[in-house]
Design a protein around this ligand. Structure first.
Ligand code: GAR
Length: 202
């Protein structure tokens, strides 16, 4: 008998990727896993409102308030243990996690990144900056990547990727929106379903 994987989604901002996961769960496209917990590194993240609207327990874990990386990660771990989480999704989570943290959850942390890794990724490449860098370089195709998280920023094994064409009049903002709509919001729920199903079998 397979069981439903217990999922935590870690967020920092708007939470459109969290919303894509909530919608996928409602539509039945995500059925091997269930979102049981949302943790936000920011007290003002709109993602928190999305969680509350969906009836998902949500907590703020602020590095600033806790006084540093160690206490921040200890609090995250405590919540993950309390909710018996099997799978952690970084969905626009803007805090780098230490090796100590990532090593505690091998192949159990997934991230969505708004480029085709290994392009425009690693330290300093997050959010709009990724799209600004793609436009500045002049690439004609970009996209999104879902990958496992290890100690190397954006360096873990790739699970899924989807390409998106860059258009002549694109701005970083227009490109970000299109990459989200055509790539991130599709491959993140699909990858989470795939890995949840694998967890459920074991
Ligand atoms: C998304 O584009 C996500 O891929 C990116 O931040 C945005 C968050 O949006 N993540 C990174 O750049 C991580 N390196 P959201 O809060 O609306 O999901």
């Amino acid at each position: 008998m397979s069981r439903v994987a217990r999922i935590a989604v870690l967020v920092s901002g708007g939470g459109t990727n969290l919303q894509a996961l909530i919608d996928a769960e409602r539509a039945g496209a995500l059925h091997s896993g269930k979102i049981e917990l949302v943790l936000s590194s920011s007290p003002t993240a709109y993602a928190l409102t999305r969680a509350v609207n969906a009836g998902i327990p949500a907590h703020i874990v602020s590095k600033k308030e806790l006084g540093g990386q160690e206490a921040f990660e200890a609090r995250l771990k405590a919540y993950l243990a309390e909710y018996k989480i099997d799978l952690i999704i970084l969905a626009g989570f803007m805090s780098i996690l230490s090796e100590n943290f990532t090593a505690a959850y091998p192949r159990r942390i997934i991230n969505v990144h708004p480029s085709l890794i290994p392009s425009f990724c690693g330290k300093g490449y997050y959010g709009l900056r990724v799209h600004e860098a793609a436009l500045a370089y002049g690439v004609k195709v970009t996209g999104a990547t879902v990958h496992f998280v290890n100690e190397i920023p954006d360096g873990g094994e790739i699970i899924m990727q989807k390409a998106v064409r860059i258009l002549p009049r694109d701005t970083a903002e227009s490109l970000q929106k299109r990459v989200m709509r055509l790539a991130e919001w599709k491959i993140l729920p699909a990858a989470v379903e795939k890995i949840s199903a694998e967890i459920g079998e074991n």
